[in-house]
Design a protein around this ligand. Structure first.
Ligand code: SF4
Ligand code: SF4
Length: 489
């Protein structure tokens, strides 16, 4: 009787394994992952064969014989052992659980937005007062930025963006970007209460306790389309010291000290379509980046307006108006961890997100940082580094930069590559094993990676096997322009 029960349980277990293999095969085919489809297909067939052999042996009562019982118990021991080593939760990473502050290993100076590569190359106009003042104060950037300017406009020398074939995609990119610009005027980023409410909330703010305010803000953000939302107290170290990016000719703001009068930051993440970023570094990937920046602008501007209408102060943070560094703020808000590639890595979508946020004095309840195993996984994987066309992502270990431990992205060479191709590249995001579509098998893999070190090692190696160490770009949906040559590559 006991042997029969063991045989039935083993048969069900093998059938479930074969079914998981089948779902992986189907999802690989649907994602257009030809290499993964072949491997998943063989894996599924292998499981089917094992299952069929098991059924044949079971029907001939083989497992009721001495050797059969030994084989059955051996199978149980092997599967039980593998399950034990793969499912147990390994020791947490204390650094991750402290959030971005866990990375502090020295004195941290607040980041001046004027020194940021975009502000230097995009906002500053050669020979303007601000330009002369900036390079007097920061001669270390003068040569490098001059070389860039000599190559061509603020983005750089002509790249694929300038090919006639790309014009329609560029038109889409810039359409989304214009939405961010439109939503970056002072009345949109730091809204006043609506005219109908202005007098009323000046006398008395709408009364919400922090729990209720948090529930409403998060619910509203998700309702507006945010994929992820978290809240943190604003660590002043991650807020810019001075304004550097200027978009509406309001040059009186350039170099203005950024005030720290908002205690909380609501951090929002938008999911980027895998289909679109799969084409990186070609233009469709930037169509998607800009689309998600536009979504972030739309959601953050509405949440800021909502909070202003409650009678509190709020500022929308998005592509065309940031008061702070969104990645460490997102880490503190529990949205994920910092990855080797310099982006936020989330459990839900990996690095495939764009960030926006709202700073506010509305009392809220903060979330806690999370440990999802990113630091350990990135130590092993290094795929983004192997694939980065400009060699901007380090292969080696983390270093202390401005008092914080991290993999130091060479933002200068990355930005130069963007200028060369005329897009925001996203190759690192495309190849990251955490970026896969969240189908059932990938969700299962991520849940194992999050809890277990051995799983990180196994699945990092399997990713190389199934998808290749240097996966090629894939064709985007048909409605986006892509040359036949690119589709064949
Ligand atoms: S590709 Fe690998 S090393 Fe790079 S961020 Fe993703 S998991 Fe980390
Ligand atoms: S965006 Fe491209 S160039 Fe920049 S780090 Fe990523 S892969 Fe490298």
């Amino acid at each position: 009787m006991l042997i029969s029960v063991l045989v039935v349980i083993a048969a069900v277990g093998l059938a479930v394994q074969a079914l998981i293999g089948l779902t992986f095969f189907i999802s690989s085919v649907r994602e257009g992952e030809s290499r993964a489809s072949v491997f998943a297909g063989f894996q599924f067939l292998g499981m089917l064969v094992v299952f069929a052999v098991f059924l044949v042996l079971a029907s001939s009562n083989f497992f009721h014989t001495g050797p059969g019982l030994f084989l059955l118990l051996l199978g149980y021991a092997a599967i039980g052992g593998a399950a034990f080593f793969l499912l147990r939760r390994t020791a947490p990473n204390p650094r991750a659980l402290q959030g971005a502050a866990g990375r502090i290993q020295g004195e941290v100076a607040r980041f001046d937005e004027r020194t940021q590569v975009f502000a230097r190359n995009r906002s500053l106009r050669p020979e303007s007062d601000e330009y002369n003042r900036f390079y007097q104060e920061h001669p270390e950037y003068q040569q490098i930025d001059r070389r860039r300017r000599e190559k061509g406009g603020p983005i750089g020398h002509p790249g694929i963006i300038d090919r006639p074939h790309e014009e329609a995609n560029v038109a889409m990119m810039l359409a989304s970007q214009s939405m961010c610009i439109y939503l970056s005027t002072p009345e949109k980023t730091a809204p006043q209460p609506h005219l109908h409410l202005r007098e009323k909330v000046k006398e008395r703010r709408v009364n919400l306790d922090p729990d209720e305010a948090t529930r409403m803000v998060k619910g509203y953000a998700r309702h507006l389309g945010a994929a992820l939302v978290g809240i943190t107290e604003a660590n002043p170290l991650w807020m810019y010291s001075h304004r550097g990016e200027i978009f509406h000719e309001n040059w009186e703001d350039w170099g203005k000290e950024i005030r720290l009068d908002h205690k909380y930051v609501i951090v929002l993440a938008e999911e980027m379509s895998l289909e679109m970023i799969g084409s990186g570094p070609h233009t469709p990937t930037t169509v998607e980046s800009m689309n998600n920046y536009a979504k972030g602008a739309y959601i953050s501007a509405q949440i800021a307006a909502f909070i202003a209408n409650l009678g509190y102060s709020a500022a929308a943070n998005h592509l065309r108006h940031y008061d702070g560094l969104m990645v460490p703020l997102a880490v503190d808000a529990g949205l994920g961890e910092l990855g080797r590639l310099g982006y936020l890595m989330t459990k839900e979508y990996g690095p495939r997100v764009r960030l926006s946020g709202v700073t506010t004095d509305l009392p809220l309840v903060s979330d806690k940082p999370v440990d999802i195993g990113v630091e350990d996984f990135c130590e092993i994987c290094k795929k983004c580094s192997a694939c980065c066309p400009s060699g901007s992502i380090p292969m080696g270990g983390q270093t202390v930069v401005n008092g914080t431990l991290r993999w130091k992205l060479n933002e200068q060479t990355c930005f130069e590559y963007w200028g060369k191709v005329g897009t925001d590249c996203n190759v690192c995001m495309r190849v990251c094993p955490w970026s896969h579509a969240r189908t059932f098998p990938h969700r299962l893999i991520v849940s194992l990676i999050v809890r277990n070190r051995l799983a990180r090692r196994i699945f990092s190696a399997m990713d190389d096997l199934f998808y290749g160490r240097k996966p090629k770009p894939k064709a985007p949906p048909n409605w986006v322009r892509f040359t036949e040559k690119e589709r064949r590559e």
